[in-house]
Design a protein around this ligand. Structure first.
Ligand code: FES
Length: 272
């Protein structure tokens, strides 16, 4: 007769039924470095992005528009000749226009599989690293409210694609000069193009995108196009973490560059 299966352990790593290891962990490497960097960079980005999103100023320097403010959907938008500028929100909207659609890219990043791992480890120490015990007594993962709502991530993917298309349009408009004549390229153009390339890499490497391409298929050979797309997104998906960080930094850099131009602190070096 097979032995009765042991009672599942309860109460965290030091609860009854777990091996009595006295030490909190046995790792000797600098396992704390990654969560510390995550806290520092994410906190810096949140502080910077909050300041910029609420500032409602210096987000347009012809022909560049800050990615935080595009599309600009309020009547109180700056008089932008570059970038989508549709006054869908009338004069009753007096707050910063960046706040209108901020929830979409924010929700996309906040519920991203990679960022979840990063901030659960860094801010909640849940767990702080592999083989390092978490301080919490119980673990329910994402099975209960509110964390079960993280499943909404797949729906944020679609508006994220729309926003990436709009930022691509903005980047193309950056090939004009300040008088809106085509055939110009400044340092700002390079920054905008690099930013949108990283935003696309992050968006298309999303786990939801990979599932949309090749998920729920019983036979790849009967769906060669989806198989091919799934192969490409899978390759990108392997670097999702790198794209998550790189695009976060590039968004801040692109916005800050527009800020410096708009406040007159620098002028845009013309490359041709
Ligand atoms: Fe990271 Fe979808 S998993 S954006």
């Amino acid at each position: 007769e097979p032995p009765a299966s042991p009672t599942p352990p309860r109460g965290g790593v030091n609860g009854p039924g777990r091996a009595p290891v006295g030490a909190r962990h046995l790792r000797t490497d600098r396992w704390w470095l990654a969560p510390t960097i995550t806290v520092v960079v994410l906190t810096a980005f949140v502080v910077y992005a909050t300041w910029r999103a609420f500032s409602n100023a210096h987000y347009y320097a012809a022909p560049y528009v800050s990615p935080f403010y595009s599309p600009c959907l309020a009547e109180n938008c700056a008089d932008m000749k570059a970038g989508p500028n549709w006054p869908l929100f009338g004069d009753w909207w007096t707050l910063s226009p960046a706040l209108i659609f901020l929830a979409l890219p924010l929700g996309f990043r906040l519920t991203c599989y990679y960022y979840r791992k990063a901030y659960y480890r860094a801010f909640w120490a849940s767990p702080p690293a592999c083989a390092v015990a978490e301080p919490h007594r119980a673990y329910t993962g994402e099975t209960r409210f509110p964390l079960v709502l993280q499943n909404i991530h797949r729906y944020f993917f679609y508006p994220a694609v729309v926003i990436a298309v709009i930022l691509t349009y903005d980047a193309v408009l950056g090939f004009r000069n300040a008088d809106y004549e085509w055939g110009h390229m400044g340092l700002g153009t390079v920054i905008m193009v690099a930013n949108i390339a990283l935003v696309w890499a992050y968006t298309l490497s999303c786990h939801s995108c990979r599932h949309i391409m090749g998920g729920r298929l019983k036979s790849f050979s009967r769906h060669p196009v989806r198989y091919r797309l799934w192969t490409w997104t899978s390759r990108l998906n392997g670097r999702h973490m790198e794209y998550a960080w790189a695009s976060l930094v590039s968004l801040a850099v692109a916005d800050f560059y527009v800020y410096l131009l708009a406040t007159g602190r620098i002028t845009d070096p013309v490359l041709f």
